[in-house]
Design a protein around this ligand. Structure first.
Ligand code: ADP
Ligand code: MG
Length: 343
């Protein structure tokens, strides 16, 4: 593993057994299937896909909050090198302080009976990271200030706060253990549009300031465009395309990526007719068909797509795509940017 990679996953799969059915014919939801990604240190890495595509499951698997069915994951931050699938108890505890989750829903995540101070302090206490109440208080105040929380507010209860402020509390709680790796799962999706940019800017500035590595999960490609250095797109538990953000937006290769890009509302009303609608059904998650899982919605699917699952192929250095026909399709479907440039 090269020095600039924090987390590297190889052929990672997560399957959930479905209850019911006889033991002999146990069925599984293939939530994440054969995913390989490298997350670079100090970067904002976006993970995008429709609801149910496996983003949360993948994020939680990297935090060891979901069991991993198959594959390898390594973590290397300069201080420690971990093979996440064979940690001792102590290493596991240590990893939990280095890798944290910012919850999706700022309303559900915060206990209504605890003060903001206690909510933020809890991870320090659970993980025994401080040795005195004074030290805990200092750490809480320090991170609260970084998250632009008013120190007066630490004595209050979360119900007194707006959605944006609650999300700041969630962020402070996730960062108080001084993690190196943070998974932000739909961290702005539940917020008003006006507050979304505020929270995004906060996350970005904290990430830069502290040199953190973020896995930023979103169902919305347009949110990712302005925040992330690199983007990976998931479809049906698989990685379908991954590239530096600018390159992904300028030269998308996968028909799914192109369709998502074309659906981002343009400021130019003349473009609006160019949206590519995705039709067709998403296959069954317990009994998927052979071949490419996007075949049922792909206007370009041919025999090979129905027979063989496409592997991730290298387009350029850090740009990869899993489509049998990406080369042939170059230029046939205009990217969102090309459409805009033409009009
Ligand atoms: P996303 O975050 O992209 O919306 P998820 O990772 O939450 O997707 O879910 C991926 C798939 O895995 C979905 O079909 C979901 O129903 C299934 N799934 C997620 N968690 C569980 C679980 N604990 N048990 C069974 N199925 C699950
Ligand atoms: Mg999710």
């Amino acid at each position: 593993m090269t020095d600039d990679i924090l987390i590297s996953a190889r052929n990672l799969s997560v399957r959930f057994p479905l209850s019911g059915g006889l033991l002999s014919e146990k069925t599984y939801v293939h939530a994440v299937e054969d995913v390989s990604i490298d997350i670079e240190k100090g970067k904002f890495f976006g993970l995008v896909g429709e609801s149910g595509s496996g983003k949360t499951t993948l994020g939680r698997a990297l935090l060891l909050a979901n069991p991993i069915t198959h594959g390898e994951v390594s973590y290397s931050d300069g201080d420690v090198d971990y093979d996440l699938r064979s940690l001792t108890r102590q290493q596991r505890r240590d990893y939990y302080s280095r890798a944290q989750l910012i919850f999706q829903d700022p309303y559900a995540a915060l206990s209504p009976r605890m003060t903001v101070r206690d909510i933020i302090a809890e991870p320090l206490e659970v993980m025994k990271l401080t040795s005195s109440r004074r030290e805990t208080d200092e750490r809480v105040r320090e991170i609260a200030a970084k998250c632009r929380l008013n120190l007066e507010h630490l004595r209050r209860f979360p119900h007194a706060f707006s959605g944006g402020q609650r999300q700041r509390i969630s962020i402070a709680r996730a960062l108080v253990s001084r993690p190196r790796f943070v998974v932000a799962d739909e961290s702005v999706a539940a917020l008003d549009v006006s507050i979304q940019a505020d929270i995004l800017n906060l996350l970005k500035s904290i990430q830069r300031d502290l040199g953190l590595t973020f896995l930023f999960i979103s169902h919305d490609l347009s949110v990712v465009a302005h925040t992330c250095d690199h983007v990976a797109l998931m479809y049906f538990g698989r990685l379908v395309e991954t590239a530096p953000t600018r390159e992904l937006f300028a030269a998308p290769k996968h028909p799914y990526t192109k369709a998502l890009l074309s659906a981002i509302p343009s400021l130019d009303p003349d473009d609006r007719g160019q949206v590519q609608k995705l039709e067709g059904e998403i296959p069954s998650q317990t009994n998927p068909p052979p071949g490419c899982k996007f075949q049922t919605r792909c206007p370009f699917a041919i025999d090979v797509c129905r027979r063989d699952e496409p592997a991730l192929e290298m387009v350029e250095d850090r740009h990869r795509v899993a489509c049998h026909r990406w080369k042939e399709l170059e230029g046939t479907v205009p990217s969102a940017l090309e459409v805009r440039a033409e009009s």
